[in-house]
Structures are given as structure tokens and as C-alpha cells.
Design a protein around this ligand. Structure first.
Ligand SMILES: [Mg+2]
Length: 375
């Protein structure tokens, strides 16, 4: 996937605007550590510093007087998990008309490839030249300035600038919410010689949708999943029911699982684990699940009857096994003895509630719920 780049100015957004040629002149702007740390942690952006440092290497700004404070700033940021993927510093003077000097893009040719998604990249800087740089790169700008200065952008730059703010917390939540809180949806169409299934899933829905598999009891159970998971779910499935219901139930389970795996994308910010104990009259159902990337089914269920309505109870286990395979999730189910309809319904409802917990995402965290770094 092409990388979105966050081009960050230094002076005026990370440290106060000055010729920072001594350690004493390093003064950080309020909120910059927390904000950049959550942006870096989100993994949404490739971080590139782009800075004009007028006249570095001349007697009025010797190179070592730039490098000492610059390295100190980078070290301090790295201590908070903010590590730049690239650093571009132009040392020229305004009078040199150097093409690398912002808003020129002379230092940034490497970003004009398919590896980078410039249209969805962002420049943050405190000068109008930073907004112009964004326009020249074909990306968007966050102008780090008091909101009341927005009129200075003029028609020409207003369309490039997506936010005017000098509040780092606001800038971070703007950049993260934009991506992070977008609805997680997917639609899968799957056709084989045995079944044809169209399934749409929205993890951030409101329990809406319709279920039609041609198997009334199965529809009733999938309706419980839709209703109690809080996900929008629509399933249209036809299968070779004249043979038996095996292929249809199995394939719906696989496709439902695959839809969860797709809609969860990289799983950042989610709870990952979900569990529910649910009572239904004489029955107690328990479900735990883990969208951890590995399939496994724990099945501690004994049904006293072979059928519930016209639905073979052995297919309940097969459905959950197929879901576990499709979602690459651990699913553990347990239910006490009792009425078979109640047993099934308790399991499907508890499964739905466990899903609700597991896919829930925390709007203020983009952390991956794993120490492995990947799920
Ligand atoms: Mg600046």
C-alpha cells in the first residue's frame, strides 16, 4: 500500500521559531510530544522532517551549531517514540533561490513515485510557505497558526489547507480521527458450484440488515448475531439445499469470518478479545473469542436432540468452526444442558456480544493489541 507522508516543519511547530544554534534556544511547543507520539504510534504516516535552516555552514551559523541542537531535538523526540523516517534540511539563504528551499520541492523528488500517496499526505508548518509546499507537492496542509489568521490563506491556498490550528492535541485528533474512525465495512460475494453468497458487514453499524439463507432456524440465529453484535449485517445465500444444508451453513460461516477479518483491517485500536456469559431461562451460555490471527475452536457443547426445527444441531458446531477458520479467530463455546433451542440461542447471542466487545475500538488509541507487532 502506498505510504501517506506527514511532512513536518521544525521551527515554529516542534520548537519555537528562532535560529536554534545553542542548546538554550531549544524551546518545545506545548503538547507537541503527546501529539506526535500518538501520530507516530498510529503507524498511519511516514514521518519526514522538512526544514529551511537559513545559512547553515556560513560564519553566522556554523554547521556544528546547527547539528548539536538538531541532534538533541531528534534524540528527545525519539525518547517519546517519535522517530523520523526521513529528514530533509535546506541550508541555503532566501537570496540563493535554491530549488530545495520551501516552498520549492527540490529535496522531495523521491516522494513522486507510486510508493507514496501524496494526495492523502499532509504538510504541517507555521508559515504560508509550508501551505504552498503542500500545494506544490499535491498534498494537504495543516497550518500551525491561530485560527483567526485563516483569512490570510486566500482563495489560492484555502483548498489546500484542511485545518488551521495552533493546538497540537486538536491537530493530532483531527489527523487520527479522520482515518481511525472511518466506518469499517466490507462486502463479499462468493460463488461456488454449491453456494452463492453475498454478505455485507459494517462493524460500526447499528444492528441493521436482513438475513436470508433459505433455512429459517439459521436465519433466526444469524439475526441474533446481527442484532446483538451491533454490526450491520446483510446475508443473501442460496445453496444446494436439495443435497442438504451442510455446504450452505459451512460457506456462510467461512464468508462471515472472512468479512470480519477484512473489515478489521490491521486491528489497530480494537479490544481484540471478547467474552460473554449469557443466561436464557434454564441455560447458561459462555463464549470467548480472540481475533488474534489464528483459528481454533473449543466446543464444549452437548445437544440432547439431533434437530432443532428442521436444522441439524451438528451444523451449529460446523458453523462456528467455519467462522473461526474464515476469521482466523479463536472461538470457545460452552453451554449447560437444557432445551436445545435455548442452548443454540444462548450461544449465538453470547457469540454476538463477544464480537461486540472484541471489535470495539478505542477512539483515543491506535495501539495494536499485541506484543508481536502484528495480528
Ligand atoms: Mg517553521
Amino acid at each position: 500500500m502506498a505510504k501517506r507522508v506527514l511532512f513536518l516543519d521544525r521551527d515554529g511547530i516542534i520548537v519555537e521559531e528562532d535560529q536554534v544554534d545553542t542548546f538554550e534556544k531549544i524551546k518545545y511547543l506545548p503538547g507537541v510530544f503527546g501529539a506526535l507520539s500518538s501520530i507516530a504510534q498510529s503507524g498511519l504516516f511516514y514521518l519526514a522532517m522538512v526544514s529551511n535552516q537559513d545559512g547553515v555552514g556560513t560564519p553566522s551559523f556554523p554547521k556544528e551549531e546547527f547539528e548539536g541542537p538538531q541532534n538533541r531535538i531528534l534524540e528527545t523526540l525519539a525518547g517519546e517514540g517519535i522517530v523520523f523516517d526521513a529528514i530533509h534540511v535546506d541550508y541555503s539563504l532566501p537570496s540563493d533561490n535554491c530549488p530545495g528551499r520551501k516552498p520549492g520541492i527540490g529535496m522531495l523528488g523521491e516522494y513522486f513515485t507510486d510508493a507514496y500517496d501524496l494526495a492523502n499526505s499532509v504538510v504541517i508548518g507555521d508559515r504560508l510557505t509550508d501551505v504552498k509546499l503542500a500545494r506544490n507537492l499535491g498534498c494537504k496542509a495543516v497550518w500551525y497558526a491561530p485560527k483567526k489568521r485563516a483569512s490570510e490563506l486566500g482563495d489560492e491556498l484555502a483548498s489546500t489547507c484542511i485545518l488551521v490550528s495552533d493546538n497540537w492535541a486538536q491537530i493530532a485528533s483531527f489527523l487520527l480521527d479522520d482515518e481511525h474512525l472511518a466506518p469499517r465495512t466490507t462486502t463479499i460475494e462468493r460463488k461456488t458450484k454449491e453456494t452463492a453468497i453475498t454478505l455485507s458487514l459494517n462493524l460500526d453499524g447499528g444492528g441493521l440488515g436482513t438475513i436470508d439463507t433459505g433455512l429459517p432456524f439459521f436465519d433466526h440465529m444469524l439475526d441474533q448475531v446481527r442484532r446483538h453484535s451491533g454490526c450491520d449485517l446483510t446475508v443473501e445465500a442460496v445453496g444446494d439445499l436439495l443435497v442438504d444444508e451442510h455446504h450452505l451453513v459451512e460457506d456462510v460461516g467461512i464468508v462471515l469470518g472472512e468479512a470480519f477479518a477484512q473489515a478489521l483491517v490491521d486491528k489497530r485500536g480494537i479490544n481484540r478479545y471478547g467474552f460473554e456469559i449469557l443466561t436464557m431461562d434454564e441455560v447458561l451460555g459462555e463464549v470467548a473469542l480472540d481475533f488474534g490471527g489464528r483459528p481454533y475452536l473449543q466446543w464444549r457443547v452437548a445437544f440432547a436432540r439431533e434437530y432443532v426445527g428442521s436444522f441439524p444441531t451438528e451444523m451449529v458446531e460446523h458453523f462456528f468452526k467455519s467462522f473461526s477458520d474464515g476469521a482466523r479467530a479463536n472461538v470457545a463455546l460452552k453451554v449447560s444442558d437444557g432445551n436445545v433451542h435455548h442452548q443454540c440461542e444462548a450461544l449465538f447471542k453470547a457469540f454476538a456480544r463477544a464480537i461486540k466487545g472484541a471489535v470495539h475500538r478505542n477512539p483515543y488509541s491506535m495501539e495494536l493489541p499485541s506484543t508481536k507487532g502484528v495480528l
